[in-house]
Write a protein that binds this ligand. Structure first.
Ligand code: PMT
Length: 393
């Protein structure tokens, strides 16, 4: 099932250069399963032709207040039954209109008449965004319950650099998907570990494993979508940080332990997804080890068990462990749960190694084993979050 299956989104496009990004946004929303009704202001038509949006959405594009819907009331008909209205880009002028409740074109009238959430993605020159009038208007939108996405900072179409760029289409799509998820972890603070650790032997070599970090990053995203405040302690991986998540990068198990222990106070939930190296070289050489003539023996020291240490604290968060096993999943996963006195362990069979795009897991708690339908790591992560929220409620 795609993220926006069975959803209908009204995408409002106003007259800014970033209107070109709205075309890509339309494509991404449709790809995610949404039915997308594009509503353009007259000014938007100076930047992108309606035909582009019609071709990408596969649906008629509306723009004039006097365009007739089935009942001659396009502003009502378009917004009824929509899951959300997203205005991207939203110009300073359009934000001002929304703040003051003007309704002099189809899009502003529709926003006023809507009975569903409204999200806006501002896009304008940095001085316009910083102008006290715009700040006042944006604050008013926030007070009215309108969600403001961005803007981002960076190079602008006018050549200036600063805050005011519209978020990228993929970021807006991710934000909308997140917005539509149930807020089952609202008010909770979640700390996670993800990825492998790297235990250095010398400046160029070390002991690690093939964890990609995908499962932990997907869980961080799913927790944030569910309304939690999320901190992610990540071993060395090449993954973008999920939006809205605070990320702390570490290398070794000792680094990971230090970051977790420094952050854990005040967290309601701790999820250990990382494949932490059980051992590290007793000595990490300052210079590259030279090849000798015979075999070489490495002496390894046991690493601290971060999850066990968190779970043993007198005041502990709700602790979730992971178990990656190539055989006897039930036995080993339950064994880890009991050894560390964890309310929940997520067991995954990893007969073909770590690092894939999909996962198949079972959840182990006091009530037994709960298989999760296999799927991409984000859908598995959402199922885990639902289970955690259920256990906490
Ligand atoms: O990153 P991906 O490629 O997406 O792969 C995801 C994963 C397979 C790595 C993940 O789903 C997973 O199963 N992670 C746990 C791997 C494992 O079996 O770890 P373990 O048996 O060594 O540890 C059990 C639990 O204790 C884990 O929650 C682990 O994070 C934690 N632990 C282990 C050792 C240690 N020193 N400190 C820990 O906190």
């Amino acid at each position: 099932m795609a993220d926006l299956d069975d959803r209908r989104i009204v995408l409002g496009v106003t007259g800014g250069v970033a209107a070109y990004k709205a075309a890509e946004l339309t494509r991404l929303l449709v790809k995610a399963g949404a039915a997308v009704d594009v509503v353009m202001t007259e000014a938007a038509g100076h930047f992108v032709a309606p035909t582009t949006f019609q071709a990408l959405s596969g649906r008629p594009v509306a723009s004039g207040l006097w365009d007739s819907g089935p009942r001659g009331m396009a502003h009502i008909d378009l917004s009824r039954g929509a899951d959300a209205v997203l205005v991207a880009p939203a110009t300073a002028d359009f934000i001002a209109k929304l703040a003051h409740g003007f309704a002099d074109d189809l899009l502003s009238t529709l926003c006023l008449a809507r009975d569903c959430p409204l999200l806006v993605a501002p896009a304008m020159n940095r001085q316009m965004w910083e102008n006290p009038a715009t700040r006042r208007n944006a604050a008013q939108l926030g007070a009215d319950g309108i969600v403001i996405l961005g803007p981002a900072s960076g190079e602008q179409a006018c050549g200036e650099v600063g805050e005011g760029r519209m978020l990228e289409a993929a970021e807006l799509c991710e934000e909308l998907v997140a917005f539509l998820q149930p807020r089952i972890l609202a008010g909770r603070r979640v700390l996670l570990t993800a990825g492998p650790t790297f235990e250095a032997l010398d400046p160029v070599r070390g002991i690690t494993n093939s964890s990609s970090g995908r499962m932990g990053f997907a869980l961080a995203r799913a927790c944030r979508e569910a309304g939690a405040v999320v901190t992610l302690v990540a071993g060395p991986v090449a993954l973008p940080t999920p939006r809205g998540v605070v990320r702390k990068d570490v290398v070794s198990a000792l680094d990971m332990r230090r970051e977790v222990m420094a952050a854990v106070d005040g967290h309601d939930i701790f999820i250990g997804v990382a494949a932490v190296a059980d051992y590290r070289p007793v000595e990490s050489r300052p210079h590259k080890i030279k090849k000798g003539s015979g075999n070489m023996t490495l002496e390894l020291a046991a690493n601290p068990d971060i999850l066990a240490e968190v779970a043993a604290r007198p005041v502990r968060p709700f602790c979730v462990g992971f178990a990656a096993e190539s055989q006897n999943l039930d036995e080993y996963a339950q064994g880890k749960r009991q050894a560390k006195r964890l309310p929940l362990v997520v067991g995954n069979l990893v007969q073909h190694g770590l690092g894939g795009e999909t996962n198949q897991v079972c959840l182990y708690d006091d009530h037994g084993v709960h298989p999760v339908p296999p799927g991409d790591k984000l859908s598995v992560a959402r199922a885990i979050v639902t289970h955690i929220a259920g256990m906490l409620s």
